[in-house]
Structure formats: C-alpha cells, structure tokens
Design a protein around this ligand. Sequence first.
Ligand SMILES: Cc1cc2nc3c(=O)[nH]c(=O)nc-3n(C[C@H](O)[C@H](O)[C@H](O)COP(=O)(O)OP(=O)(O)OC[C@H]3O[C@@H](n4cnc5c(N)ncnc54)[C@H](O)[C@@H]3O)c2cc1C
Length: 235
Amino acid sequence: MPPLKCRVIGNNILQGGIRELVLALTPEAPSFFPGQYLMLDVGDAAFPFSIANAPNQKTLALHIKPTPDSSDSDKIEHFLNSNPTSASIQYPLGDCCLKDLPDHPLILIAASTGITQMKSMLDWLIEKKFTHPIHLYWGVLTPEELYLQHELEAATAEHQVNYTPVVSQETDLWQGRTGLVSEAVTADIAQLNAFKIFVSGSPAMVYGTLDHFVGNGFQPEKMQSDVFSYAPRPQ
Ligand SMILES: Cc1cc2nc3c(=O)[nH]c(=O)nc-3n(C[C@H](O)[C@H](O)[C@H](O)COP(=O)(O)OP(=O)(O)OC[C@H]3O[C@@H](n4cnc5c(N)ncnc54)[C@H](O)[C@@H]3O)c2cc1C
C-alpha cells in the first residue's frame, strides 16, 4: 500500500487538549470502512490513529490525545505544532470495522480517544438508518476528557441510541455514572450474548473488559477489537 499525501485542512485543539487533524482526500484516494485506522507519518516515525468520521470520500478526521512523558507523543505534537500543510498516511487498515450493516443489536465501548473508532461506526450506522438497538459507552478518567459529550448527546438523543458516559475518577464535577466502563455495561445489560460488541482502547482496557464479560457468561467470539490483532494476549 503506497503512502498517500493529503492536504491538511484542519489542525485544531479541542476540549481537554485533544488535537484534531483534518485531511482532504483526493478523488482517487481509496475509501475505508467505518472503524478502520491509518498510519500518520510524522517525520522519522509513523503512528496509528483511528479515523473519527464515517466514510464520505472527502475528508479524514483524526483526534489525537497527547501523552505526558512520551517521546512518541512528543514527535506527534512536534509535527502538529509545525502547522503542516500536508501529511503522508497509509490506509485503510484494521479488521475491526463495519463492512455491512449488522443484523443484530450492538454495544460500542470506548476508552478515552477510542471514541474515535466508535464515532466513525455510529455516524455510519445512523446515516444507514440501522434499526437494531445500539448502546454506546464511553469510559474516561475525568469529565474534561468527554470532549465530544455535547455532539454525542445530541446525535444519540435524536436517533434513540443509548449513550452512557462513565467517569472513573471520583469528582464533585460529575453527577453521572462512575467506575469502570465494563462494570457499567454489565450493570445495565444482562444478556450480553444478544449483542455484537466492539471495544476500543488500550490492550489492558480491552482484555480487562473481555475478561469481565466472560466472567459474566459472555461468549468471547462476539467481541471485536483492533487490540486482538496488534496486541494478542501472550499464551
Ligand atoms: C489501532 C490504533 C488506533 C489508535 N487510535 C488513536 C486515536 O484515534 N487517538 C489517539 O490519541 N491515539 C490513538 N492510538 C494510540 C496512538 O497511536 C498513540 O498514542 C501514539 O502512538 C503515541 O504513543 P504513546 O506511546 O504516547 O501512547 P500509547 O501508550 O500507545 O497510548 C496512549 C493513549 O492512546 C490511547 N490508545 C491506545 N490504543 C488506542 C486505540 N486503539 N484507540 C484509541 N486510543 C488508543 C490510550 O488509551 C492512551 O490514552 C491508537 C493506537 C492504535 C494501535
């Protein structure tokens, strides 16, 4: 897959310091499936980022969270701060995506910026008038990290999607659900096996969620995550 050079049409800072990079697609650029990711070249290295929008032939939006004390994150920040007019990417990548409309209800679970992958899927499902129930859970450490809260609240209310943000650190600034996102799911939904479940986050979060669900009688083959491909659990 040859690298593709794209024009940068947006380089913004969102709530909580999340960086948004928007790239223009040329007409000959390949399409992608909702949930896929790309590799962004930042100079001497390339890093994976989920595509945060549904396929639309025109743009690719990335939401990038800076990691404190990470030399990789510093390289990404340095690239973004240089106000690039173009970016080189490789895509589409990843098997954890929607190639067709599923014929069963869905649970979409995101940790932190894992919401990008779920947002791409959700936007596409809404656009395609998906009729089965959708439950969207977003787990974060602090309420400030809910940088898409207003957008998700509006979209999910309009389209009867069950949206539940879950904040794991106790704080007076948050009146909603608290604790681990995986425990919020099992507290709400008894019959997990009636759903196909997509999970996005770090390997520790994804495997922790899988183990918690299996402990509640869940059949593991009903869960999909990119983590199962790029960070298989040591046997
Ligand atoms: C398939 C894939 C998609 C990713 N998509 C994004 C994204 O959309 N936005 C983003 O900010 N980072 C994403 N990452 C992580 C990103 O590539 C790293 O943050 C970056 O490489 C810097 O490395 P690090 O060592 O600082 O962070 P890492 O230690 O690798 O990760 C730090 C942060 O990235 C988050 N993260 C890790 N894996 C994922 C994932 N699969 N999806 C979303 N967040 C993840 C973690 O929760 C954490 O907040 C993704 C990683 C992978 C493997």
